[in-house]
Design a protein around this ligand. Sequence first.
Ligand code: HEM
Length: 265
Amino acid sequence: MDFSQRLSYGDYLRTDTLLSAHQPITQAHDEHLFITVHHVSELWLDLIIRELQAAMALLAAGVTDTPLKMLTRVVRAQEQLTDAWEVLKTMTPADYLEFRGAFGQASGFQSAGYRMVEVLLGNRNPTLLRPHEHRPDLHGPLLAALHAPSVYDLTLHLLAARGLNIPAEVLERDFTQPPTEHPAVLDAWLTVYRDPEQYWDLYELAEKLLDVEDNFRRWRFNHLTTVERTIGFKTGSGGTSGAGYLRRALSIVLFPELWQVRTSL
Ligand code: HEM
């Protein structure tokens, strides 16, 4: 029981440091909830980034088994992120208004962790990195990821390495732009989906990526619904139209051919 000379739970996890980040700026009871849900979300986003980056390094080396395990973890972490809305939804509009004015223009729109996840997954939009320009430590890695292949680009390189026809214009595309559907890529996925036994790991990888995008959509949708029930159609603290902006984001497609292949089968 004596931890004066030994590493304790709190020492190892730096719980003091972790909890010291929890600093409400008003007396409002629900600000605690608001901060906690954001902090927890940032921790899950950080884990997702680590798993995605590790999976991508292996995919780039032609390995598929370990990335599948890592992407499964991403999917599970996304479920935690999405479930967090259930806790936050216990906050009413009146509860939120008690502290809303205090944090000025701060918004999840400026979450570097969320942007990194989006960029790694292939949602490429250089404008969205601008809030981080004053922080080279955040902006540098985001910019590097913007210019590098996404997890889907790396998957398409893998398909090419397995002899499937992926045109050079796809493999060497401008990575700073979002992916656009390409008929040759759709054909390549059709080959995989028509013969899963022969391409089992690619087939599994495709379905895992679809799980990730499916969960991403669920998070976006739950965010939008939570926003609408909390602030209605007011503009966002980050300066966008609010619910309108978030609704438009629902139409973003990360892995276009993986959705389209179902239509063509
Ligand atoms: C009641 C709580 C919340 C409200 C009212 C709210 C509201 C909004 C609004 C209006 C936007 C659009 C940008 C803007 O103009 O500010 C936004 C963006 C965003 N929020 Fe929230 N939010 C809430 C909770 C959260 C939580 C818990 C997270 C977790 C990290 C989060 C993460 C984000 C992210 C990542 C964006 C950027 C989305 C994108 O650019 O596609 N928000 N939020």
